[in-house]
Design a protein around this ligand. Structure first.
Ligand SMILES: NC(=O)c1ccc[n+]([C@@H]2O[C@H](COP(=O)([O-])OP(=O)(O)OC[C@H]3O[C@@H](n4cnc5c(N)ncnc54)[C@H](OP(=O)(O)O)[C@@H]3O)[C@@H](O)[C@H]2O)c1
Length: 333
């Protein structure tokens, strides 16, 4: 059986993914012991994967090798299994390949059996997915947000951000967001009903943030110059939960906060966190997220692109702000 997959031919420059990744085709090899084969129905587009495409050796995981298939979270049915606990027809999520069919080691890929009773399976990439786990962990554990505190989230109209602001609200905090453009800010304050939103692409950013009156927690997805703008607006004993550094991913820069001395002046705590570190707590996190989601209190918008051949268009949205909500590629059945 032939399989189409995206191969990493070169390291991408900026958002020029078309010059770096190519759609290839190869026959599927026989399964090894412990492996499963998944017919991908959906691919999750995640901004953090941009780091794996660089040659950086000092990241939180080694770079993906040139010539290898592009790796990412996938969702679909098992079509063949040589792994205990997985049978043909099971719905699973795993770190697989951007391909029609993923072949993975069930353990190494973090393959997880999913409840098919969830009516919209895309939720396994959204509120019930890694973005959900990350948002909950970052607000509650790393950010240590307490009821009544003011929580600010950057890239707030993206997948992780939308969940983080809603979770802050569910935990009794006052959520604020930063996003690019008036439409995204209006979505955050209008549809999600958060306390306020600031547009980092407008000249009014500083004034909009000042209106809030100081933040206790900053859930940072962006880093870069925006971090300096926020550091000078943190309340004493505030916490900065570093989730991601979007400002650096395509620019190839490294965040170097000029206002770092505010950590001492305001007695701040800055701490990074990384979802694979708390994978073992996934089931407990999912249970809480699912209760909120099923009650209608934790919602997600999906930005869906159809067809494996259109994957790169979907991926680029994460770095150009072309998306509102979770970016997903839906594959033909
Ligand atoms: N630590 C972890 O374990 C973990 C796990 C999952 C995700 N993350 C992080 O979460 C963040 C969001 O990832 P995601 O996959 O959920 O993507 P996303 O938020 O759905 O999409 C990215 C959004 O970020 C904004 N953005 C892009 N470049 C920007 C820049 N230079 N400055 C400011 N905003 C920018 C864009 O919206 P605008 O229109 O607002 O610019 C874009 O829509 C990333 O930093 C990612 O690495 C971390």
């Amino acid at each position: 059986m032939q399989n189409r997959f995206w191969r990493i031919a070169r390291r991408p420059e900026g958002t020029d993914f078309a010059s770096a990744l190519e759609l290839a085709e190869a026959p599927l090899a026989p399964l090894a012991e412990g492996e499963i084969r998944i017919r991908n129905s959906h691919l999750s587009m995640d901004a953090g994967t941009r780091l794996w495409l660089t040659s950086r050796e000092d990241g939180y995981q080694p770079p993906l090798p040139l010539g290898a298939p592009m790796t990412g979270l996938v969702l679909g049915e098992v079509i063949e299994s040589r792994a205990d606990g997985f049978a043909q027809g099971d719905l699973v999520r795993a770190f697989g390949q951007w391909a029609d069919v993923s072949t993975v080691d069930a353990v190494m890929s973090g393959a997880l059996l999913l409840d098919p009773a969830v009516t919209d399976r895309r939720a396994w990439f959204g509120p019930l997915g890694m973005n959900g786990w990350t948002a909950l962990w970052g607000v509650e554990r790393t950010g240590a947000a307490k009821p009544g505190e003011r929580v600010l989230v950057s890239a707030a109209a993206g997948a992780t951000g939308i969940l983080a602001v809603q979770i802050a609200k569910l935990l009794g905090c006052e959520p604020w967001g930063i996003a690019g453009g008036a439409a995204k800010c209006a979505y955050l304050t209008g549809e999600l009903g958060i306390a306020g939103a600031a547009d980092y692409k407008s000249d009014a950013l500083a004034e909009q943030l000042d209106n809030a009156g100081g933040f206790d927690v900053y859930f940072d997805n962006v880093g870069g110059p925006l971090l300096d703008v926020v550091l000078t607006r943190m309340n004493h004993y505030g916490r900065v939960a570093v989730c991601g550094l979007l400002a650096d991913y395509t620019a190839g820069t490294r965040t170097t906060p000029g206002e770092f001395d505010q950590v001492l002046m305001r007695r701040l705590r800055i701490e990074g966190f990384f979802s694979p570190d708390f994978m073992h707590e996934g089931p407990a996190l999912t249970e809480r997220l699912r209760a909120w989601h099923e009650a209608g209190d934790l919602v997600m918008r999906y930005d869906v692109t159809r067809g494996l051949e259109n994957t790169l268009t979907a991926y680029a949205k994460l770095f150009t702000g072309g998306n509102l909500g979770k970016v997903i590629v839906e594959l033909e059945p």
